[in-house]
Design a protein around this ligand. Sequence first.
Ligand code: MG
Length: 256
Amino acid sequence: MIELRSPAQIEEMRPAGRFVADVLTYLAGVVDVGTSLLEIDEIAHAMIRERGAESCYLDYHPSFGASPFGKVICTSVNDAVLHGLPHDYRLRDGDLVSLDFAVSVDGWVCDSALSVVVGTPRTEDLHLIEVTDRALQAGIAAAQPGGRLGDIGYAIGQVAREAELGINLDFGGHGVGRTMHEEPHLPNDGKHGRGIPLKPGLVIAIEPWFLHTGNQVVTDPDGWTLRSLDGSRGAHMEHTVAITENGPVVLTARTN
Ligand code: MG
């Protein structure tokens, strides 16, 4: 069932969105050559405790996960692109790292992700991040009341196709609200004018992710981390967006 939120409820979601944005902004500044993925998780965990927020990941154990996640943030490095389980690895010069973070504050969940390059970037990685972010912005711009869900996927897919990137339809965006993954599923491609109507009050996580080549991922032996089948690197950008009478509102916008 798809739940619509009242304008007052959307206002109640803002603190969660602001906190998620603040944590990701802070962590993007922490990420550097030599930073350990476990340190990133520990910092995020300390910020959650200080805020009195609740992690959506710590005890998360969906059908596609081998065991409860056990950490509070996803850290996906290079050929890992989604659901990266933090482990004992120190970031190296040129690594491409994606951070995906969701918490509940006062009973409302917001979910956001970003990709950054550590140290000296490869030009092609910066391009992949830029295209992924452009796809996210196109998806947000298409999240208009009166439109259809397919409009969002279509906008994302168009950006990918123009950049000659593959699209994986298995893992995409989703409704978000009281829990992290709610209906509807929002594939990163779609048909304009198709799908459920976009009504004010629909809150969705829009999250394009792309690989340099191909669109296939395999699960790492850790049971969580999704890596590209061909070893190519991936980027992932995500915001939680509320559709309102006045258009899309990005609840996880980073202001600095
Ligand atoms: Mg997320």
